[in-house]
Design a protein around this ligand. Structure first.
Ligand code: PLP
Length: 358
């Protein structure tokens, strides 16, 4: 058993020893043929996971930096943010701090984003970018991308669509090209099942063309610089090479599992937790029809003593989530993604069940 508790928080998620070992593969040069081969093979397989032919960039920092990358390479007129939880709200704050013209569609926490609300705001013609979080990690809400895609295709083909898929990418089927997402981003510590500090994005040619006409983007987050290096299967600056090796391994695991089986595993785990929670007399925090496949947020209407449960689970070797921010104690989350399989989840629920009434 590890000296640290097994993680049942919604990121970083559990990374088993066999994958952790891959992170200690010897270093290779970042301007060599072997790294180009490694990066090329990773990109080919990520394209399959995202059902896309768009450019894939591998980025050696947290996803928060990709919020800024998305905005810096797209916003000219203004950006519309859909805010329905903590992370979408933080992304909006990036626009504020960059001084962009922005506006917000504000939802109660627990609600999904609706295409009709977006339509009303985009119809003003004031925005050339839409930014949203697919899977709000703070609330376990997964919004309906298909509905929004239909709207963007039919009425707003010139508006660039940026999607944060930090806690859904590699756990939930997202058909990037069919949906027409211009910029989709994730970091590796959620459904990819790797340590944090590394990110992935897929970028459309429409977005790259927009980036080309934007001035003063800075250097570090400029997509044109990324493109220049990625055409040689390299990165603009020295990458986290351990993450590259580990990502290669995860992609092998995904291939072996099969994409459809992977999506089904996450859906099945969602159904299992949902049934378990309802059976225990609890409510789900997220709106019906928007319940994430990777995280279930449980409204604690039974008034379980979450702090006590947390401490008891810790003694048993599990790190529980107690709820995000103001929701702490009132709604807690059970993550079920990445390297968590049904048997891990069942073990965890059994342990949880054992301490509820102790
Ligand atoms: N977006 C969402 C939906 C998240 O859940 C998180 C982190 O939990 C982030 C963005 C930020 O990711 P990172 O910590 O990799 O910057």
């Amino acid at each position: 058993m590890s000296i640290y508790p097994k993680l049942f928080i919604p990121g970083p998620t559990h990374v088993p020893d066999n994958i952790m070992k891959i992170l200690s593969t010897p270093q290779i040069g970042h301007r060599t043929e072997e790294i180009s081969e490694l990066i090329e093979s990773i990109i080919i397989d990520i394209k399959d996971v995202l059902y896309t032919t768009n450019n894939i960039y591998l980025v050696s920092h947290a996803a928060t930096g990709l919020w800024e990358m998305g905005l810096k390479n797209s916003v000219q007129k203004g950006v519309l943010h859909c805010v329905n939880g903590a992370f979408s709200s933080k992304w909006m704050k990036v626009s504020e701090s960059c001084g962009y013209n922005y506006n917000v569609i504000d939802y109660d926490w627990g609600k999904g984003i609706k295409a009709d609300d977006i339509d009303k705001m985009l119809s003003t013609g004031k925005y050339d970018v839409l930014a949203m979080v697919h899977n709000e990690t703070s609330t376990g809400v997964m919004s309906n991308l298909k509905e929004i895609s239909d709207l963007m295709h039919s009425k707003y083909p010139d508006v660039l669509w940026l999607v944060d898929a930090v806690s859904s990418m590699a756990g939930i089927k997202i058909e990037v090209d069919k949906l027409g997402i211009d910029f989709i981003l994730s970091s590796t510590q959620k459904a990819w099942g790797l340590p944090a500090g590394f990110s992935i994005c897929a970028v459309s040619s429409k977005m790259l063309n927009r980036s080309k006409i934007i001035k003063n983007k800075g250097y570090f987050l400029d997509l044109e610089i990324y493109e220049k290096y990625f055409s040689k299967f390299q990165t603009p600056s020295t990458p986290s090479i351990p993450h590259l090796f580990a990502l290669r391994e995860i992609l092998n695991i995904i291939k072996k599992e099969g994409l459809d089986n992977r999506w089904k595993r996450h859906r099945d785990m969602r159904n299992h937790v949902r049934d378990w929670a309802i059976n225990k007399g609890q409510n789900l925090f997220s709106e019906e029809g928007c319940q994430s496949h990777t995280i279930t947020c449980i409204e604690n209407i039974q008034n379980w003593d979450i702090s006590k449960i947390y401490n008891q689970l810790l003694e048993k070797g599990y790190r529980m989530d107690r709820g995000y921010g103001n929701l702490k104690g009132k709604a807690f989350r059970i993550p079920h993604m990445g390297n968590i399989y049904m048997s891990d989840l069942q073990d965890y629920l059994n342990q949880l069940e054992g301490v509820i009434n102790v």
